[in-house]
Ligand binder design. Sequence first.
Ligand SMILES: *Cc1c(COP(=O)(O)O)cnc(C)c1O
Length: 415
Amino acid sequence: MSSIWHPFTQHGLQEPIPCVVRAEGAALYTADGRRVIDAISSWWVTTHGHAHPRIAAAIRAQAERLDQMIFAGWTHEPAEEVAAGLRAIMPAALTRVFFSDSGSTSVEVALKMALGYWLARGEPRHRILVMEHGYHGDTIGAMSVGQRGVFNRAYAPLLFDVETVPYPAAGHEQATLDALERACAAGAAAFIVEPLVLGAGGMLFYSPDMLARMREICAHHGVLFIADEVMTGWGRTGTLLACEQAGVVPDILCLSKGLTGGAVPLAVTMASEPIFAAHWSTDRARMFFHSSSYTANPIACAAAAANLAIWRDEPVRVRIARLGAAQAMRLAALEGVRNKRVLGTIAAFEVGAGEVGAGEGYLADIAPRLLAAFRERDVLLRPLGDTLYVMPPYCIDDADMDFIYNAISAVIARD
Ligand SMILES: *Cc1c(COP(=O)(O)O)cnc(C)c1O
């Protein structure tokens, strides 16, 4: 009997907990000898595939050379290499790289940078604008800027107030723009948004044009624009950053998940020079007060440097385009589902009759049923309520893609 308390798991339902002993490419291998296809990239982190030899080798070599060290006032080569590599491929205006450990902390850092910026300008602002159905992580600050609901009801008294603009559903874009315009005009520190895809909110898409127009409104009012590309970054939506598709450069950018190819935890918050400059001073009281024990852990940085090298040397963009086409073709042929949508490597759709109420959708009975059915068929898929999505590592081959979609067809036909 294990004493482990698992995340997002209801132990009272005695959900089976399979044990994985090995992973390679798009596959996980269990202790009882099954080969399970990782159709959600182990919760959106694995980009090039599990146990990529170059990333594994980088981790091993770094662990033997320099494992961990303080990062306040000290530096090391892997961190310098990652910062230089990011500067070379990320928007030029994002001149500063701040390391942390997870997507949630990259968001906390972004919010703290925004408030520090306004305080240093002698114009304190603290109101944060957010988008309906947004998700930015599970720490208190990250939950505060995310959608309220069953996930965070117990902690609601601790969450800070935000101003929410509606999700720009097709045909309702103007309501979002008007709400953002009003909120910006009233004064705000920052607007935080997931570019093009609201992930945990149900793989909800919106257009690059909307993203560009929201960015313009913020710029017009001097409200900082924070792009949370923790999920959308590293090629997920077809381009390195989702923002690229809208020609948008944010003031602050959050990256994690695919930053190390999904091998080990690491995050960065990239900031434009004015935000760094606002904290720059000879006054120690104005420094950026944030750190964690493992900030820029050298082993994690070595993995991120290997990821950057893979993006430089391997045909990653070709694999992404190929996966996108493979998704579109198979989704088009899939019957009995609603709202089919594909963006880059992400395919999503709704299953069932659509009786699920908004907001409580995640707890829909259909999700655990589907989860179990896919587990029986050796496919790792994890529905968000009645939304199913396929988001595999970029290395997946046609046979495994067919296996996933055959499993979906069979499970939907049976359900
Ligand atoms: C996953 C996610 C986060 C949180 O990242 P963690 O590493 O799980 O803390 C934040 N923002 C977005 C958009 C995410 O998808």
